[in-house]
Design a protein around this ligand. Structure first.
Ligand code: NAD
Length: 488
């Protein structure tokens, strides 16, 4: 029987795919457990295979001509309806995602889920307001036109499954593409609830599909299919490479938002209290945030002053159940991920890096890891050069601006950089010199959805956000009409 559901935090969550407007269950499943209590099995989720990938693609192909033929304003009606439904279901979505991936319930309720609604509204309105660039040159009237590209595969990670999925599906749909979403197998449930809302919003069957399953299985099937016209991926650089190879075989355009190892640079002229308080925020979500500034680079003259403040700010963190409002740090997503984080710290110790604080689990029977600070023996240390994706920061000092920039730009990543200084001209200078897709000065995570977003180096390929995303999900065309051509 298709359409199986399980109770998750009081919400009846479908455990199957959503293909062509219908719930479809696979005979094979994978287990989904809660990081809040690893003994708690939440669901046996459909484990998609090649036939599910094919069914979803056929649905997306079938629905494409009619969806693409609608005007941006007509499509916007569906996207706005979905946004309203997300807002009306914030508590249900938050409860499910909290149990599934352990993000703090309060963050989900107050910010993260609502951002999903914002994503749909922002892209719907941007697509409606698109004005083709028109100009005359070389004796022709020219215009840049956007044409919907076709079926789009969106593959997302577990660390903010709802927000990141809506961030990519919204522009694809607004641009006139049909979508197949494959969420991460470690946190697949909030995207399933989203599909109930897609259904309720009345999207035509096949426009917005969901396939559940393992990345190397159904994910790989989807990205290798020549019928796919766009691939949008968020996740690790390793998977990004594999998807890039698959996309290249069919010359399918793809964007990849990948890992980060951002610098958090503190100059002596900064408000040290504000800088230390914000640095302690890098432990939020147990450090499972791609944009976090995980390498603290502190001007040598204020190292001790900063460290004292940072230790005090970090000591205020409370590790606990993500549903408890007093908790500020959640458990890690999965025992395998906890072991990975532990491995980084153990190797750092073995190589002579100094663990200033933390460096251990909270307790043996849970997935919490204490906020950890490491002073590396060298800038080449693994703990400096590789993304840990856990509550582990490093701290190094620098003498002047040149050294700060050299250290900041010294990894293969380039997703984000955070800078604390009271000097506006220094902010502008470093803004020019830092190699990162987003640079925040005296703030963090403030986002204008019309701005370009992405990474350089192994942090990604391409840019999404605003018109950059709508351009990516479209085939851009130049129309050139000889001047003097008369109206028929
Ligand atoms: P991951 O790369 O392991 O998995 C991401 C997704 O890819 C999952 O849905 C997985 O099932 C799928 N997948 C795996 N192998 C695949 C294959 N061969 N073909 C198709 N799909 C495949 O990443 P993760 O562990 O889920 O997420 C953590 C990573 O994501 C970190 O590196 C983090 O920095 C990054 N991230 C980046 C951003 C950003 O905006 N740049 C945002 C969030 C997370």
């Amino acid at each position: 029987m298709n359409g199986q559901r399980v109770d998750v935090a009081g919400v009846a969550v479908a455990t199957g795919h959503f293909i062509n407007g219908t719930r479809v269950d696979s005979s094979h499943t994978f287990e989904d457990r809660s990081p809040l209590d690893w003994n708690l099995k939440l669901a046996d989720v459909s484990r998609g295979d090649a036939s599910d990938a094919d069914a979803a693609l056929r649905a997306a192909l079938g629905a494409f001509p009619a969806w693409a033929a609608k005007s941006a304003s007509e499509r916007a009606i569906y996207l706005h309806r979905l946004a309203d439904l997300i807002d009306a279901n914030v508590d249900r979505l938050a409860a499910v995602e909290c149990l599934d991936m352990a993000m703090l319930l309060e963050s989900l309720q107050k910010r993260v889920i609502a951002r999903g609604a914002r994503n749909f509204r922002a892209y719907a309105d941007l697509a409606v307001n698109y004005r083709a660039r028109r100009w005359n040159s070389n004796g022709t009237h020219n215009a840049v036109l956007r044409m919907p590209a076709g079926p789009t595969v969106v593959i997302t990670p577990w660390n903010a499954p709802f927000m990141l999925s809506t961030w990519k599906c919204a522009p694809a749909l607004a641009a006139g593409n049909t979508v197949i979403l494959k969420p991460a197998e470690w946190a697949p449930l909030s995207c399933s609830v989203l599909m109930d809302l897609v259904d309720e919003a009345g999207f035509p069957p096949g426009v917005f599909n969901l396939v559940q399953g393992i990345g190397e299985e159904v994910g790989a099937e989807l990205v290798a299919d020549h019928r796919v016209r766009r691939i949008s991926f968020t996740g690790s650089p390793e998977t990004g490479r594999a998807i890039g190879v698959a996309a290249a075989r069919n010359l399918t355009p793809f964007t990849a938002e990948l890992g980060g190892k951002g610098p958090f640079i503190v100059f002596a002229d900064a408000d040290l209290d504000a800088a230390a308080a914000k640095a302690a925020v890098m432990y939020d979500d147990a450090g499972q945030v791609c944009l976090a500034g995980t390498r603290l680079l502190v001007q040598g003259t204020v190292r001790d002053d900063f460290l004292a403040r940072f230790e005090a700010a970090t000591a205020a963190h409370v590790l606990g159940d993500s549903r408890d409002p007093s908790t500020t740090i959640s458990p890690l997503i999965h025992p395998q991920h906890l072991a990975r984080v532990e491995g980084f710290v153990e190797r750092a110790r073995a190589h002579g890096d100094h663990v200033v604080f933390g460096g251990e689990r909270l307790r043996a029977d849970g997935l919490w890891y204490r906020p950890t600070l490491i002073e590396p023996h060298s800038n080449d240390a693994e703990i400096v050069q590789h993304e840990v994706f856990g509550p582990v920061l490093t701290m190094q000092t620098f003498a002047d601006e040149d050294e700060a920039v050299a250290l900041a730009n010294s990894t293969a990543y380039g997703l984000s950089a955070i800078l604390y200084t009271s000097d506006q001209s220094r902010a502008e200078r470093l803004g020019e010199r830092l190699r990162a897709g987003t640079i925040w000065v005296n703030t963090f995570l403030v986002r204008d959805l019309t701005a370009p977003f992405g990474g350089t180096g192994i942090s990604g390929i391409g840019r999404e956000g605003g018109d950059y995303a709508l351009d990516f999900y479209s085939d851009l065309k130049t129309l050139q009409v000889k001047e003097g051509t008369t109206h028929g």
